[in-house]
Design a protein around this ligand. Structure first.
Ligand code: NDP
Length: 271
């Protein structure tokens, strides 16, 4: 292995989009380190796994130090680790639950970014690819907290890309729509449920499950990550898959009322 081999770190590579991305990058010639809270126990094929909990400062520092000890540099960070929350009214989660969601989906990504940046700045090069969501562009009702966490990812990424491009570092956000992974099984349940929302919760759980059944394969997202990783002049935003592309265009060009009505129709919200 030559020292010219690009080194990639993919958080949450034990399943779904992270696993597919790690494999796709490896096929493309990267030396890939994945992560899981279970560490090496979660090893997938030839991908080397580091133990990492993105909500824990010490764990983040240890994982990045270990990578640098082994390889001396890092060329690509894919911030993929994330969790969802089952459809529910925005007021059906406690503040503590909302903070826990942000701790993984936003502050986790920020912790990782802060840990790799000193190395990338020293190198004068690097790329950070954040797995956002099309819900970070088009918020959906009854999934407000998750949408908010992914909007935070969008805002942070755009600002960061402005800051870092003169230092040889670029930042991009990938925006998948429904993707067939363990995501749904790993969603957290709202912890402050109200009877008021019982029926809409049940209905939307069904709508989302149906959408998941015909969702994109995680490799659809992985291919877009690779494209963003290799682009000589990367874009800031990459919708991944047909549905995400369509929503992104609607957000940019359709009158707000049309998008609003389309969302309600799609989610079978009649009033
Ligand atoms: P999965 O549940 O299959 O994978 C999630 C990954 O995140 C796992 O590898 C898990 O690793 C890791 N993870 C979760 N919490 C932590 C934590 N605290 N610290 C470190 N790793 C953690 O879901 P997906 O592959 O679908 O999700 C990947 C990303 O894609 C997420 O950011 C999600 O928001 C985003 N996304 C998913 C969509 C979908 O429909 N599936 C659509 C749009 C975006 P382990 O448990 O082994 O530690």
């Amino acid at each position: 292995m030559t020292s010219n081999t690009p080194i990639a770190l993919v958080t949450g590579a034990s399943s779904g989009i992270g696993e597919a991305t790690a494999k796709r990058l490896e096929q493309a010639g990267y030396k890939v380190y994945g992560t899981s809270r279970r560490g090496a126990q979660a090893a997938q094929g030839t991908i080397r796994m580091l133990a990492l909990d993105v909500t824990n400062d010490t764990s983040v520092a240890a994982a990045v130090s270990e990578l640098i000890r082994l390889e001396g540099h890092i060329d690509l960070l894919v911030n993929n680790a994330g969790i969802g929350i089952a459809p529910a009214g925005a007021e059906e989660s406690s503040i503590e639950q909302a903070q826990a969601l942000f701790d993984t989906n936003f502050f986790g990504l920020m912790r990782m970014t802060r840990a790799v940046l000193p190395h990338m700045r020293r190198q004068g090069s690097g790329r950070i690819i954040n797995i956002g969501s099309i819900l970070g562009v088009v918020p959906m009702p009854y999934i407000a907290l998750y949408a908010a966490s992914k909007h935070a990812v969008e805002g942070y990424s755009e600002a960061l890309d402005h800051e870092l491009r003169t230092r040889g570092i670029r930042v991009a956000v990938i925006e998948p729509a429904f993707t067939k992974t363990a995501f749904e099984a790993n969603t957290i349940e709202p912890d402050a449920t109200l009877d008021e929302y019982r029926s809409v919760r049940a209905r939307l759980t069904q709508v989302f499950s149906q959408s998941m059944a015909s969702a994109d394969d995680p490799d659809v997202v992985a291919r877009v990550v690779l494209k963003a990783a290799r682009a000589a002049r990367p874009k800031l935003r990459y919708p991944a898959g047909v549905a995400a592309g369509r929503l992104s265009l609607l957000r940019a060009f359709a009158p707000a009322g049309i998008l609003d009505a389309g969302i309600r129709k799609n989610l079978q919200l009649n009033n």
